[in-house]
Ligand binder design. Structure first.
Ligand code: PMP
Length: 291
């Protein structure tokens, strides 16, 4: 079935949604994006995703000719045009068509594309059994070069990590920063529960400021669990009682083995399960209604 795509203000069939080969998103990875999810007719944390998109765009000096409110409406319209109530939404803003040089001044206007499709949910046993992770040789981009807080169209750092984990037979990659601190997964944030405290790395070590991460920190505090944003090392991960990663697509995914060391009992722990239950309640309770 052909999808309806939002392109620069129009809703068009996917066959007509085409981008120039001179688009700097294609030529240079010059642009920003968001991955958003709708549950049961509500878009989860839509405003937060749009705010992060505009922050990323501001940092790369990309002017988006819509107000954030207009962008929210465009997302809602795209999901409705595809008659979806559960959806995965990809919002992309590229620098637009330019010449073969990298100067963004030669790109007169950005391209705004919104794709809404059915969500492919991970098999349930990954949640009930947990998955293995490995630390990968590729280090997370350093904050002083390309800050991982910018959700840019250049995801090579993450893709290399993903390839390296897959080659090692693991489903998740953990990236260290240049100093050896644990940053995050290839497309997810990491949490460890150790000695009664839930730890997650702070943004300054080089991570995307995940929206699921924020929601999970809030849920944990509501459940009376102390939460600390503090640098963690591989030692903290290996010796944790529980470990999980969070992201819009994965939600809360238990990690039961890291670099061959089993985590806790080697099964998803009680806190991970409790937070998963609470998160699954939250996503259907909250969110911008589609109609
Ligand atoms: N880190 C990276 C590198 C990501 O790409 C993502 C999003 N897929 C996340 C973390 C999780 O962010 P969010 O919870 O906002 O989806």
């Amino acid at each position: 079935m052909s999808r309806i795509i939002y392109m620069n203000g129009d809703l068009v069939p996917e066959e007509e949604a085409t981008i120039s080969v001179f688009d700097h998103g294609f030529l240079y990875g010059d642009g920003v994006f968001e991955g958003i999810r709708a549950y049961d007719g509500r878009i989860f944390r839509l405003k937060e995703h749009i705010d992060r998109l505009y922050e990323s765009a501001h940092c790369i000096m990309l002017d988006i000719p819509l107000t954030p409110e207009e962008m929210e409406q465009a997302v809602i319209d795209t999901v409705n045009a595809n008659e979806l109530s559960d959806a995965y939404i990809r919002l992309v803003v590229s620098r637009g068509k330019g010449d073969l040089g990298l100067n963004p001044k030669n790109c007169p206007g950005c391209q705004i594309v919104i794709i809404a499709g059915k969500i492919t949910i991970f098999p349930e046993e990954r949640y009930t059994e947990g998955i293995e992770a490995v630390t990968v040789p590729t280090r997370r981009n350093v904050v002083g070069a390309l800050d991982p807080r910018i959700k840019s169209l250049n995801y090579l750092n993450n893709i290399l990590a993903h390839i390296e984990a897959a080659r090692a037979g693991a489903r998740e990659a953990l990236l260290l920063n240049s100093e050896g601190y644990v940053t995050e997964g290839a497309a997810d944030n990491i949490f460890v529960y150790r000695r009664g405290i839930l730890w997650t790395p702070p943004v300054y070590v080089g991570i995307l400021e995940g929206i699921t991460r924020e929601a999970v920190m809030r849920l944990a505090r509501e459940e009376g669990i102390p939460v600390e944003e503090s640098p963690i090392t591989r030692h903290d991960v290996y010796t944790s009682d529980e470990c999980f990663v969070t992201g819009t697509a994965a939600e809360i995914m238990p990690i039961v083995e890291v670099d061959g060391r089993s985590i806790g009992t080697g099964k998803p722990g009680p806190l991970t399960q409790q937070l998963t239950r609470r998160y699954r309640e939250l996503v259907v309770e909250e969110g911008a209604p589609l109609s």
